[in-house]
Design a protein around this ligand. Structure first.
Ligand code: NAD
Ligand code: UD1
Length: 336
């Protein structure tokens, strides 16, 4: 029996594959390397001393998926594969709906026809939209997303709930990630963005390593303690361990349920800058600029449901997140 990991060569996928292998699962990875590279797979093997099957395949390729299900005994799927850049999704909405929504439908059709009805899906805190007040709880109404990327996550959650309503044999976990940062302790796998990063931590690490000149802090006039945006940053290894727990849950119980994966703690942009300066031992060049359109002042989770139902809780603090992000960037200045 194996767990199929779509998008397993990517940032969160590679860390999850390491933790799944360490927990004793057999895995099969499928990825099209749209936003990743084969070297991350070598490093998963290096870190775990374990081997796995890999298919270079697009999840929209139904025949390719059918072959994977025919050749392996897949018990459940962890579904990371998708496009994730908010700005790009506004410029290329059709590509985002086609890849994220279309790809998930093709995957679920192939799963259904193969008799595999257990899936853990990468959703996002973005599904809470603009109108809910933090701490965000799974009982809050979702929707009101502000960009096509976020809307794909919202739509997929609805599609998966409809799928379960039509066939109660399915087991579905919708994992709503807050802001993943950090890297594996070894510094061998980490986030490897193409081009100029959009997200805060990869931007900071590239300033620290000298690839970028200066961090722009987007606004210091929010209604937050220091005026900069507040987010719930979570160590990617904690997030990966949350997937191991979610897999246990879908293997054990039928149903569909959403879980926040966050720490429950909100840190400001300047908190992150200062924690990172401590981790890398030097001052970071930054300047305050205008707000980024579409940004919220504050977004953090109530993570208590994941603790109660999955028995999972984030353990790693901000200093460790910054130290591990820095080690990865310093050891791999050009990425993989
Ligand atoms: P990533 O881009 O590093 O990983 C995604 C992987 O999926 C890549 O390896 C890419 O090549 C692959 N992929 C994309 N489209 C594919 C397709 N059609 N067929 C096969 N493979 C395909 O991103 P990540 O940060 O690891 O995110 C993983 C998932 O978590 C994504 O669905 C993302 O939307 C979601 N998510 C990420 C964050 C975050 O901050 N990183 C937050 C919330 C949710
Ligand atoms: C963004 C996306 C969200 C997505 C998540 C992970 C938006 C509006 N939201 O979340 O949908 O799930 O990334 O991919 O894009 N910041 C700076 N300077 C920078 C970069 C960021 O000051 O160069 C600030 C932002 O204003 C924010 C915080 O840092 O307050 C975190 O930003 P980011 O890492 O982009 O994540 P989110 O905006 O929370």
């Amino acid at each position: 029996m194996s767990i199929l990991v779509t998008g397993g060569a990517g940032y969160i996928g590679s860390h999850t594959c390491v933790e799944m292998l360490n927990a004793g699962y057999e895995i099969v990875i499928v990825d099209n390397f749209y936003n990743s590279c084969p070297e991350s797979l070598n490093r998963i093997k290096e870190l775990t001393g374990k081997d796995f099957k890999f298919y270079e395949c697009d999840i929209r390729d139904r025949e390719g998926l059918d072959k994977i299900f025919a050749e392996n005994n897949i018990e459940a799927v962890i579904h990371f594969a998708g496009l994730k850049a908010v700005g790009e999704s506004c410029a290329k909405p059709l590509e985002y709906y086609e890849n994220n929504v279309g790809g998930t439908i093709t995957l679920c059709e192939a799963m259904r026809d193969a008799g595999c009805k257990k899936i853990v899906f990468s959703s996002s805190a973005t599904v809470y939209g603009e109108n809910n007040v933090s701490p965000l709880k799974e009982t809050m109404q979702i929707g009101g997303t502000t960009n096509p990327y976020g809307t794909t996550k919202y739509m997929i959650e609805l599609i998966l709930r409809d799928l379960w309503a039509s066939d109660n044999e399915w087991s579905i976990a919708l994992l709503r990630y807050f802001n993943p940062i950090g890297a594996h302790k070894s510094g061998r796998i980490g986030e490897n963005p193409n081009g100029i990063p959009n997200n805060l931590m990869p931007y900071i690490t590239q300033v620290a390593v000298g690839k970028l000149a200066c961090l722009s802090v987007f606004g210091d006039d929010y209604d937050t303690p220091d005026g900069t945006g507040v987010r719930d940053y979570i160590h990617v290894v904690d997030l990966a361990l949350g997937h191991v727990k979610a897999v246990e849950k879908v293997l054990a119980d039928k149903g569909v349920d959403a879980y926040n994966l966050g720490t429950g703690i909100g840190y400001s942009v300047l908190d992150i800058v200062h924690a990172f300066e401590k981790a890398c031992g030097k001052p970071l060049n930054y300047k305050i600029v205008d707000r980024r359109p579409g940004d919220l002042a504050t977004c953090y989770s109530d993570p208590s449901k994941a603790l109660e139902v999955l028995g999972w809780k984030a353990e790693r603090g901000l200093d460790e997140m910054c130290e591990d992000s820095w080690r990865w960037q310093k050891n791999n200045p050009e990425g993989y």
